[in-house]
Design a protein around this ligand. Sequence first.
Ligand code: GAL
Length: 668
Amino acid sequence: MSERTRYGGDYNPEQWPRHVWDEDVRLMGQAGVNLVTVGVFSWAHLEPSERAYSFGWLHELLDLLGGAGIGVDLSTPTASPPPWLSTRYPDVLPVDATGARYSHGSRQHFCVCSPTYRARARRIVEQLVSEVAEHQAIEMWHVHNEYACHVPYCYCDAHAQSFRAWLKRRYGSVEALNGAWGTAFWSQRYGDFAEVMPPRMTPTFVNPSQDLDYKRFSNDAFLDEFLEEREILRAARPEIPVTTNFMGFFKPLDYFAWAAELDVVSTDNYSDPASPDGMMLSAMHYDLVRSLNKHVPWMVMEQATSRVNWREHNSAKVPGQMRAMNYQAVARGASGTLFFQWRASRAGAEKFHSAMLSHSGVGSPVWAEVVGLGAELAGLGDFEGAVVQARVAMLFSWPNWWALEAPAKPANDLSLADQLSWVYRPLYRAGVTVDFCRPEEPLDRYEAVVVPSLYLVTEQQGANVVSFVERGGTAVLSFWSGIVDEFDAVHLGPYGGPLRPLMGCDVVEVAPLPRGETVEVEWEDGTRTGADFWADVATEGDGHVLARVATGPWRGRPAVVGTQLGAGRAYYVAARLDPAGLQRVYDRVPALSGPAASARADYGVERVVRVSSHHSYEFLINHSAEGREVEIAPDGFDLLAASPLGDRVRLSPMGVAIVRRETGRAHG
Ligand code: GAL
């Protein structure tokens, strides 16, 4: 990656007459743009009819951008096939669970298992490479666009065939499949792989293990297509980093598996600027993306300068908010922040989506912010490669997400996103930075791990967390954890499976509370906090009961249990505690309690620290509409204001300070 923070956006010049390109490049220079994504939706322009190619415009564009010193993130165009392809070969179109075929006319209308699509996708990527790969303006390869965004699951015959082959590889024999899926239930026993279907329309709940495997398989099918494209690009220019744009907490794809295949992890973040939780969710999104592959850089590939156009009501970012949100990304380690898109379209489904250059041109207030931020970022450099250092890991896995939210559960309104927000929110407010980790990942570098509803856990994953605690770590584990194995079959006995050594009690029943009902939880000192949504019915075990359910039918049952295990400690939280209750658990764990009170950021002010070998950079971002004064450790230097600081810093509404200190003086 370059030493400058990457700055720019999707550039779709095929939507504009040629003379506009010159103006674009001139204005990009004014805005400090140094990277643009080109070609994302250009298939129909590059191959207007089958095998008739038109690359002249792309050569000209690359020359123009390269000549102006603007780097190109060149995309393969496979996310939106041209109408001729699906007209001539309807089998490239995906099919929904009811058997209905999608049509062209928007985008992403392809079936990733269709041999016809795959061959044509390969061919256009090979053509792209043979035409322009040597061009010196290319700095990054951008494969496809937001894999699976609109059509994550296809149920066509090609999928059925590939699914069966995938199952054969996974299970070897149909007997093994029957065992893993529990097909003794409802007479679902298969005599042959040929009888197995994708989870198409069924009268009632489909077999949950089948559904889980279909999610795994669908993820793998998209990844396989990505790898095929990546190999073509790598073969041509191995030194050019490859990325594909993720969408943060996007359920259909296991981005941990994908990120292992990328040179740069990139993401598209459209957190709602008007939502009370928007900035917290955005921070969590970035923490996840930074954590997906802990050995490569990451960047924001897309975000909006102001409004999107696809929510029911699309709030604009308020003045300063776009800048504040960009610094949020930089604070959490982003090496670039790009937008969708450079110039707002005149026509098409996204014409009212904000852009760097609005319909009104340079007179828009957005333009002034875009130019201001570009200049500021250029002046800041790359923070000497300073990294975000987290002492806390949050365990998260896609298979758990898939299984947890499959239907026919005690509480079908239990969402993993809610569970994550519940445990992440107090940490965000306290300025505690979190890495996300797969449950099987080495955890030694962390002091504490938070485990929100790890419903699906394998023996190996459970052993990993248990041994982390035995060797001195601290784990905070929530209810509905350790319930099933990798096939979605229940770990029998009191609930908890391989996580039981951390629970200190026996969970013998699970009891979702009636909607809207709360119970009180009483702590050892007699004080009470609240809980809602869920209360385990647990009996005491070898742990120490720190709090009990105090009202309602499960009065007296353990609500929070602390357990000493080897050199470490675990806390089991058996109900959805209110913020005060959860804070009481976190207060027992130094890594979860945040920096010392004097350095703790006020509410509304996000705080993150990056550290290089020479300096620490403390980012303070005021997401609130009022000015804030924040106490800080003395002797810092405010990089944005270019002035030394005492023991406090004033932040205007949406204001940002980046406090640089010699390494060793940072707090946090
Ligand atoms: C993304 C997509 C872009 C654009 C943007 C609008 O999902 O990659 O092409 O559609 O959303 O917010």
